[in-house]
Each structure stands twice: as C-alpha cells, then as structure tokens.
Write a protein that binds this ligand. Structure first.
Ligand SMILES: Nc1nc2c(c(=O)[nH]1)N[C@H]1C(S)=C(S)[C@@H](COP(=O)(O)O)O[C@H]1N2
Ligand SMILES: [Mo]
Length: 361
C-alpha cells in the first residue's frame, strides 16, 4: 500500500501511520493563539504518552514518601487548604521541531507548535517537602503519574525524577488549576507538577506520588528517553531546560494546504513571543529575507520570569516572496541557531523558524 505523495515530497518524507496516530492524539497550539499572553486551555498543546487515566478525586491521595522524616498522604482538600499560588508558565515539548530534522526521528512529529503558556494554580512543593522533612540521604525527587503504558518494551507508570535542588526550586508548583478552572483531564486532573524553565516532560500529570530517592533514578523516562544521543548506544546527555526560541504570530491569511502566508502590501505589525529556560529573553531579531538580514524587535515587559515575552516589529511589506524569521537570545548568551545539530530522538531543535509569505496586491 503506497500512500499517495503530494507533489514535491519523496517517500522518505512521508509521515508513517504510527506518527499519524500520535499526531492525531497530541495536538499542537494553533500559532495564531500566540496573540494571547495566556493560551486558552483548549489551544494549549497536548502530549500524552499513554492514555488519560481515570482518577477519582474523592479517593485521590498524593503520597510523599521515601527519604523523608514524616511521609504525607494528602487529599485534594488538604492541598487546596494550603497557600494558593498562581503562575504563568511557558511549556514546550522537548520534541518540538523534531519533524523539521532530516532524517526525521520517528516519534510525535511536531513542527514548531508544541508550546503554550497557562496560568497554573496550586501550592508550592518546597514547603510540603520541608514539612515532610527532607532526609540527609535524599539526592533526587521522583514524580510518578497515575497513567501507565508500555514504552521501549518496558511496562511503566509515566514517572521522572529531578535533582533534589531543582525539586526544591522556589517556583516549583503542584497545580490543581489551569487558567482559573480545575485542571482538564488531558492536562493532568486532579494534580500535576509544574517546573518552570524545564522542557515539558518534567511536568508530570496525574501526579500520584513524590518519592525522595537516595540514588539517581534509573527508570525509562530519565535513563532511556529524554536524553540527547548523537549516535545510538552512547550514554547520552539528559534533556533539561528549554533552549531559547521565538515564534511569530502568522501574519496575513494562510493558504489552506501549504499554510504559506498571503499578505497585502503595506504596513504590517509582526508580532510574536519568545522564551528560554536559561534566563530572560534579552533580544529578539526579525528577518523578512530568510535570515540574510535581521532587525531588532521591540520587547514587551515580561509576563513573569517563568513565561514567554512578547515582541513587535513594524514591517512595510513589499510585493514579492519573503521568508519571515525571528531569533531569540537569552541573558545566558544562548541564541537560536540557523540549523540545530541533529540528534537521535530529535530533542531541543530550536532552529530559527521560517515562514514563507507572499505579498500580493
Ligand atoms: N503523567 C504524565 N505526565 C506527562 C506526560 C505523560 O505522558 N504522562 N507527558 C509529558 C510531556 S512529554 C509533556 S511535553 C507535557 C505536556 O503537558 P500538556 O499536555 O499539559 O501540555 O506533559 C508531560 N507530563
Ligand atoms: Mo514532551
């Protein structure tokens, strides 16, 4: 059975049925939603490795255990009775940009749209861990979700660990609200972890337990997945914080199939949002000629240290074909590359976005 190739594509470019199944479950953020500083819940990207688990909020307990002096078992009401904090936090999937790598690593085939910023509401993790009494031998915190599946041949709950110092970060949140409402089922109802600055896989949904470990976690999502491998078989490097990236609100209108932008000549305000997990976005540059020349965009005040930063630039669009790009630089000095180095699983491809646009009266 040969899929019909749209003209101009070659067979090796085609999305496989497995990738299509993942892509139909896990949707991206429609990029026009970048107009809004806070992404409406239904437009926030979604990534779920297995199935959405059924969780009974009445019998739900968060267990805090392992290397603690006093293990805790908390109901949702216990968590809601604690000081409530809300924080806008930008999430980006570590696989964002994967489908733009060549050859394309086979997994969820994101282009650039695996991003969103929600206002997460809940209670801080640090005071809870302090109440439980962090043991001297604790080196990592393991966050275990209530969802289960088989991945890489391994039966598992979705679970990931963080170094203890990161888990004790000032703004690490146990969230039971998204954008002022209860967490939607697909975003982790009734409770999820939110770790600002880290790639999305860190933010364990349907969180059932936090276990302090006396040695680094050797489970699948830390030891096998979410590592940068340049070649198969090497130990690889863990994927951690988000590399800087800027995306543009697509200007004009789209062509239905190609999604190329179509604009009228004259003044256009190019807008977008940029973020980094390594420090504040300090500069965004915009190009209308495919990156041959760049101009500095005007930066908006940051929403918070944990969320993306808006930018704008006036453009006098002239008739012809253009390639629109934007490039972010953070306070740690990281800048987006023109092409990101390939890696086996296709993580952290933060290459500069390219938007083909035709200006036509
Ligand atoms: N329990 C659990 N948590 C999870 C996942 C999952 O499959 N199961 N996916 C992770 C990944 S890879 C990402 S990118 C984010 C996506 O969060 P969102 O769907 O709320 O945008 O959730 C993370 N947390
Ligand atoms: Mo992800």
């Amino acid at each position: 059975m040969d899929p019909v190739a749209p003209s101009g594509t070659v067979a090796s470019d085609l999305i496989t049925p497995e990738e299509l199944r993942l892509a139909a479950r896990n949707h991206g953020c429609p990029l026009e939603a970048l107009r809004e500083p806070i992404t409406p819940a239904g437009l926030h990207y979604l990534l779920i490795h297995y199935d959405i688990p059924a969780v009974d909020s009445e019998t739900f307990r968060l267990e805090i255990a392992g290397e603690v002096a006093r293990p805790l078992s908390l109901t949702l009401d216990d968590l809601r009775a604690r000081p409530r904090v809300t924080l806008p936090v930008t999430f980006e999937c570590a696989g964002n940009g994967r489908a733009l790598l060549a050859p394309r690593p086979v997994s969820q085939p994101w282009l650039t749209e695996a991003v969103g910023t929600a206002e997460w509401g809940g209670t801080l993790l640090r005071p809870l861990l302090e109440e439980a009494g962090v043991g001297d031998r604790a080196v990592e915190a393991l966050f275990t979700g209530l969802d289960r599946g088989v991945e890489g041949g391994t039966h598992q709950a979705y679970e990931r660990s963080l170094p203890l110092a990161e888990a004790l970060g000032q703004d690490v949140l146990l969230a039971y609200e998204m954008n002022g409402g209860p967490l939607p089922a697909q975003h982790g109802f009734p409770l999820r972890l939110v770790v600002p600055g880290w790639y999305g896989m860190t933010n364990v949904k349907w969180l059932g337990s936090v276990t302090l470990l006396d040695e680094p976690f050797g489970g699948y999502q830390n030891a096998v997945a979410y590592r940068r491998y340049d070649v198969a078989g090497e130990p690889g490097e863990p994927v951690t914080r988000m590399m800087p990236r800027s995306l543009m609100v697509p200007p004009g209108v789209p062509d239905f199939m190609s999604r190329e932008r179509v604009l009228e000549p004259g003044p256009v305000e190019l807008r977008g949002r940029a973020w980094s997990g390594w420090g504040e976005v300090e500069r965004v540059e915009v190009s209308v000629d495919g990156g041959a020349t760049f101009a500095d965009a005007v930066l908006e005040e940051p929403l918070s240290a944990t969320a993306w930063r808006g930018w704008r630039l006036d453009w006098d669009a002239v008739t012809g074909s253009h390639e629109l790009c934007s490039r972010a630089t953070d306070s740690a000095g990281n800048t987006q590359p023109t092409a990101a180095p390939w890696n086996l699983k296709g993580y952290a491809n933060n290459a500069v976005e390219r938007i083909p646009a035709t200006v036509d009266a």
